[in-house]
Design a protein around this ligand. Sequence first.
Ligand code: PLP
Length: 490
Amino acid sequence: MTLKFKSTRGNKNLITASQAIVKGISEDGGLYVPCEIPKIDFELKKILEMDYKELAYEVLKLIIPDFTEEELKYCINNAYDEKFDTELIAPLKSASGEYFLELFHGKTLAFKDIALSILPYLLKTSAKKNGVNEEIVILTATSGDTGKAALEGFANVDGTKIIVFFPDEGVSPVQKKQMVTQTGKNTCVVGIKGNFDDAQTAVKQIFTDKELAAELKANGYIFSSANSINIGRLAPQIVYYFYAYAQMVKNYSIKFGDKLNFTVPTGNFGDILAGYYAKEMGLPIDKLICASNDNKVLYDFFKTGTYNIDREFLVTISPSMDILISSNLERLLYHISKSSKITNSLMESLNKSKKYDFKVSSDYVVGEYASQSETFDVIKEVYEKSGYVMDTHTAVAYASYKKYKQKSNDNTKNVIISTASPYKFAKDVCVAIDLKYKQEDPFNAIKILSDIWKEKIPAPIKDIDKREVIHKTVLKKDEIKNFVRDFLKK
Ligand SMILES: *Cc1c(COP(=O)(O)O)cnc(C)c1O
């Protein structure tokens, strides 16, 4: 029997992977999870011989099994091509005695490209398989990187429209410029007065608004999501954990069969959840270290067992991790508790009283965090020691890992998930290396960084400051719903 998916919140309907991809989120507000996490059905050692695409096929066919071989290979081949600036797709680098899995070699210079280059193909294939004829409207809330990666993925894809909401004051100047200059007649980009959580909550409300859905369906539209609430975003991220493991064996950093730790700079908990799935599927992962910035809700949660969002929301130098409500944590809670009743009551408690209690064992995830100054410090330290430049998010993970190691004395080898190119956050990276750049213009910082680092400026952001701004709308939270309605009337 093929693997089915169900909601974390108790809706009893079992659906296929392709149906879950089309729907994005369940009507009851829950997220789709596999009824059972599949185990790998091939000999693990084979991953040492596979390239990225072959590995993607072997892993994806287990977790989204209702796609045919032909369909899946079509999606994979169209995703992982020359859009990436290296055939390796996700190269492993070593610097300063640590290992970095570089996931930023796609078109928007952040790890979101890995999932969002394949999602449009998975989604269109899923729609076709299920006889969905409506035009698919992708609604996406972004803390900076998802938005651009989704726009690049969906721009000019027939039968789709994409609307991206970003916190107007909560993304980096380069991230904002990347989004508001997006071309493609089916794209729409809107600034929100508020933070990422406001944008994400508004989008989730639109998804679960039955009246609006009925109205739009009558006009030939259905909604779907490009956020990591969509299982089609999560599944492709499992692949690179296997890929990293294979590279660690091939460069003799570990022996085949040894356990490996991963440290993951975390926001919405999607990336690290993919690591949890990889482990459950049979990859020898020991610890998953969840790294937070000063918005350390997750660190506090793993330490104390209380998830509490009743606190100040801080805007940091790692904006893609500036999140208080990490959506995908709900999936972990469900898998651990094995109960939609418990998951439901935790989510209700979060809604009503802004917190809940649930203890997660460190066998699953260990929390750590890095303050802003610790983040600045490690960028400088690693650069001076080895010449390697980390972006601000990767630096949060590096600093967190150092703290973890010091406290735990754990000598298991570790891979740091490197989620963005330093060019994307050039200004803060330059300031970390030398305070004299404090007054520098953020776009000029890109050029300065290339002098410091001696690595070519990636094409996608070269001369980005000179591109025309196309999207200028900024809305208050309560205007979002009507805006979506009006946009789809056109
Ligand atoms: C999105 C993002 C993160 C956080 O990933 P989640 O899956 O949301 O936890 C970390 N770093 C960068 C650069 C990102 O774009």
